[in-house]
Design a protein around this ligand. Structure first.
Ligand SMILES: [Zn+2]
Length: 108
């Protein structure tokens, strides 16, 4: 069964991204947990394209080609580190607020 052109086009793009990610060219490579997102652009953007952080799988379901996208491994790993970092920030902020702010019924 031939793949519809619109699916083939997207699948081709995802395969390029997955190939880039596999050889280490990924926007999420070594991205710090304190960064809210990867840089908007890289200095060598033109000569060195990078995986934007997504991958996909192509399957047949009920005689239809189904393309499912998900986060690439580096994007997923960064997301995990990011959640831990955000949680630590919240704990730190809460501790700082506790030390400085006084509730109205406190004296002194
Ligand atoms: Zn990637």
């Amino acid at each position: 069964m031939t793949i519809p052109a619109y699916v083939e086009r997207d699948w081709e793009r995802y395969r390029e991204w997955m190939a880039l990610c596999a050889k280490g060219d990924c926007r999420y490579r070594d991205l710090s947990a304190s960064a809210a997102a990867p840089p908007v652009s890289f200095p060598d953007e033109e000569s060195r394209p990078r995986c934007p952080g997504y991958r996909a799988s192509l399957t047949m379901e009920h005689a239809q080609h189904v393309l499912r996208s998900s986060l690439c491994e580096r994007h997923r790993a960064w997301w995990g580190r990011r959640q831990v970092w955000l949680q630590q920030q919240r704990v730190r902020d809460a501790a700082a607020t506790k030390q400085t702010a006084k509730t109205p019924w406190q004296e002194g």
